[in-house]
Design a protein around this ligand. Sequence first.
Ligand SMILES: *Cc1c(COP(=O)(O)O)cnc(C)c1O
Length: 374
Amino acid sequence: MSFESFGIEDLPIRDELRGKSPYGAPQLDVPVRLNTNENPYPLPEPLVERIAERVREAARALNRYPDRDAVELRTRLAEYLTRTGGHPVGAGNVWAANGSNEVIQQLLQTFGGPGRSAIGFEPSYSMHALIARGTGTRWITGPRDEDFTIDLPAAEKAIAEHRPDVVFVTTPNNPTGGAVPSETVLALYEAAQAAKPSMVIVDEAYVEFSHKGSLLPLLEGRPNLVISRTMSKAFGAAGLRLGYFAAHPAVVDAVQLVRLPYHLSSITQATALAALEHTDTLLGYVEQLKSERDRLVAELRAAGYEVTESDANFVQFGRFADSHAAWRKILDRGVLVRDNGVPGWLRVTAGTPAENDAFLDAIRELKKEQEQST
Ligand SMILES: *Cc1c(COP(=O)(O)O)cnc(C)c1O
């Protein structure tokens, strides 16, 4: 065997990883990038200064391991949740990690794993299935209605039949955009408890952009419910890698069994604390993005496209006979959107007004071109 042709398949990797592809949203160098639901606004300068200050302080103690339990950070996150989520939580209810992806990984390491299973209602966030695979958790694809809402009777039936150990509910859902009514989440929780009992993970990565409120109040009296959050979207800090969850303190105790010691660096903790000091400014950008999101919905419809209701900072639009070909044509006009593999549909992230104008110009041209060719 020559070393040039040596590849993954020649390594003794786990069978369930053979032939699989990694998560791979393209990181292309184009003028307008509206494909990964990032916040288009760079952090404001006073916050950048505050981060530098906090990080300088943390640097003086880098010879020491970080606070393993991130108590100050969890306290501030709990205050933020209490202030905005309609339900009081304390540091003991909150856990933080490197992005909500690591939060979900720790939850699956604790509640999933070999011999166990997790269900998600697809199309939804592809990382749930990928993290399940990485943790040896069997993945079950649950159904969704034609309009991309959760078909409750079908979902309840799937839970009763498969008796999964973990149930994922993404609200607002990515990539389709809509928020799930709290009655639906409640019914899914009841179904999951009747079947097993199992953990229900509500992924609220986009909740700050929603027309509806957070499902945090549902935590009351429901110890098997977890609400996961991130600073990657509303806080405009995707590069920071900070995710967190709120749940019964027993869930926080349980993930301690699998988290790596000192998983959250002093630098990360310092940066996140600085960002939380500027919550009000950052939530001001969220208001702008919500109105840009609503404008995208209105203008896409006016241009003759179909759009699914959006409670997030992105919009799913269609329909296309060949969505990948349409993705290409939009890219040829300098605008990168996301092809999530949902047949007929693409997803665009709300950017700055100028970026959204560039996208809308491209998409109107595309419509004209399609009309001329038919
Ligand atoms: C973007 C996104 C996340 C964020 O993941 P991080 O690891 O916190 O950056 C989580 N869940 C969903 C549904 C997302 O779309």
